[in-house]
Design a protein around this ligand. Structure first.
Ligand code: CU
Length: 503
């Protein structure tokens, strides 16, 4: 399942928005595949010369400062501490932040660069950092299973080389429901080489938080609805502040890359873009073979998407990133409401010159037919006064042993016997959705987190490329805390191949 980059020229101007589904036409070009925008942004496409990478600017986010002049190394300091943060206008919340920021600074590097993170814990409690989606050694994975939590006042250096380009993120894996709700999360952007030149790139970090009227965080509950469905917030956040944020002006014809994250404890984000065309071209673990124009994008807790947004509206018009949320109406019925996360004013300035953008893409893959599963994970639970979630009848840390060998590709059937949804996450490995067919159509890419609906059974094809001890769990943080997790040991195959280098 190694992702092989191919060059595909996409001109979204030729595409009409359509239903979610199979790739639309006009995605590949017989000419110009080698002469796309890469020539406009990069002096070298072959890697013959070593030059400091020119990384694209990321709008509306703070990028951690690289203090190491070595072009092969990105070295940053990261401090977790208690801060006063304005999630919502006019209200200050005692929160947790990395380097004083919510979300924390974006860690930006190029594929192949080594990342050194000198972490200091100034919180009043232990913590760890987990690098969600990065196929790095398990000693760097930041779960209490593989790392002694960093005590208050302590420090730890995370040191690894991300093997894959894409959108990843970091967050604690200790007292996770509370530490993440308090604000600890940030993006890790690993750029392709050569970098793909969009007109702009944005981090779209969605989240929600539950605030009291005075701005304080609502008390954390260990029972009831918060455990059953996870803690939902009452304030929708975009990049750490209540949405909508101040409008942004864009030039008509602009083609932007949005790197979309969901750092909520539980909420699945249902997003759309009004007044502009958008297409998904990448999922958790990298690019799709072809972009897919979407009417709606569902982003479960933990998932990421790469989105191309083409501002094709008339000058003077407004485009908006919308979140569709379910609320109760006056009659107690569940209805969908539209909330604006961010407005874009399409300027009357001259149109941006329309360029062919060479989107990152991957080879088409042929998935094997669904067969008898190599492993079945039955998700259920029981209530003995306290809610316990179970996988195959057992609740973490009373878990079932599971061992496999590096290089194994396993069909894993996730059988959700409960009524609520679960975004299921494997640490350190990638997978693809294999069944049911409708899920494959809506999510055909490489993933590390998949949303399994209530009562649904989803089969994924897991590529156990990365040896070590790895957690798999529900990314509704309260579910994981109540036992919906376990781990798998992946024994090295002895070949010495590292993940991402083929095997
Ligand atoms: Cu769950």
């Amino acid at each position: 399942m190694r992702v092989v980059p191919l060059l595909v020229v996409v001109t979204l101007a030729a595409c009409a928005p359509g239903a979610d589904g199979a790739g639309h036409g006009g995605t590949s070009s017989s000419s110009g595949a080698a002469t796309g925008s890469s020539s406009s942004s990069s002096s070298s496409s072959s890697g013959s010369a070593v030059a400091p990478p020119q990384l694209p600017a990321l709008l509306h986010t703070t990028v951690a400062q690289d203090v190491n002049p070595d072009p092969q190394v990105v070295e940053v300091d990261l401090v977790a501490s208690v801060v006063e943060h304005a999630f919502a206008d006019g209200r200050l919340t005692q929160a947790y932040a990395y380097n004083g920021l919510i979300p924390g600074p974006t860690l930006q590097l190029q594929r192949g660069q080594r990342l050194l993170v000198h972490f200091t814990n100034q919180l009043p409690e232990p913590t760890t950092i987990h690098w969600h989606g990065l196929r790095i050694p398990d000693t760097m994975d930041g779960t209490p299973m593989t790392q002694t939590p960093v005590p208050p006042g302590g420090s730890f250096t995370y040191d690894f080389t991300p093997p894959d380009a894409g959108n990843f993120w970091y967050h604690p894996h200790y007292n996770t429901p509370q530490q993440m709700e308090r604000g600890l999360m940030g993006a890790v952007v690993v750029h392709e080489d050569p970098a793909v030149a969009f007109d702009a790139e944005r981090i779209i970090f969605t989240d929600d938080v539950r605030l009291e009227a005075d701005g304080s965080l609502a008390p954390f509950q260990q029972s009831g609805m918060d455990v059953m469905h996870g803690r939902g917030g009452n304030v929708l956040l975009l990049n750490g502040a209540e949405a909508p944020r101040a409008p942004v002006t864009v030039t008509r014809g602009t083609q932007e890359r949005w790197r979309v994250f969901n750092g909520a404890n539980a909420r699945t984000m249902s997003l759309s873009v009004a007044g502009a065309t958008f297409a998904v071209f990448g999922t958790d673990g990298g690019p799709l073979p072809r972009p897919r124009v979407r009417a709606r994008l569902s982003v479960a807790a933990g998932e990421r998407y790469d989105v191309l947004v083409y501002f094709d509206g008339a000058p003077g018009s407004t485009a908006a990133l919308l979140s569709h949320v379910l609320v109760l109406d006056g009659n107690g019925n569940v209805v969908e409401e539209e909330r604006v996360l961010q407005e874009f004013q399409v300027a009357t300035a001259p149109d941006a010159p329309l360029r062919d953008i060479v989107l990152p893409s991957s080879a088409e893959v042929t998935l094997p037919p669904e067969g008898p599963p190599d492993r079945t994970l039955v998700i259920s639970g029981y209530n003995d006064g306290t809610v316990h979630f179970t996988i195959n009848g057992r609740s973490f840390p009373d878990e079932e042993a599971w061992e496999t060998t590096q290089g194994t590709t396993a069909q894993v059937r996730i059988d959700n016997q409960l009524g609520m949804e679960h975004p299921f996450h494997f640490h350190g490995q990638f997978f693809r959705v294999l069944a049911p067919a409708a899920r494959v159509r809506s999510d055909p890419g490489v993933k590390d987190t998949v949303l399994v609906a209530g009562g649904e059974t989803v089969t994924v094809l897991v590529d156990f490329s990365n040896p070590g001890h790895w957690m798999y769990h529900c990314h509704i943080l309260e579910h994981a805390e109540a036992g919906m997790g376990a781990h798998v040991t992946v024994h090295p195959d002895g070949s010495g191949h590292a993940p991402g280098t083929g095997h």
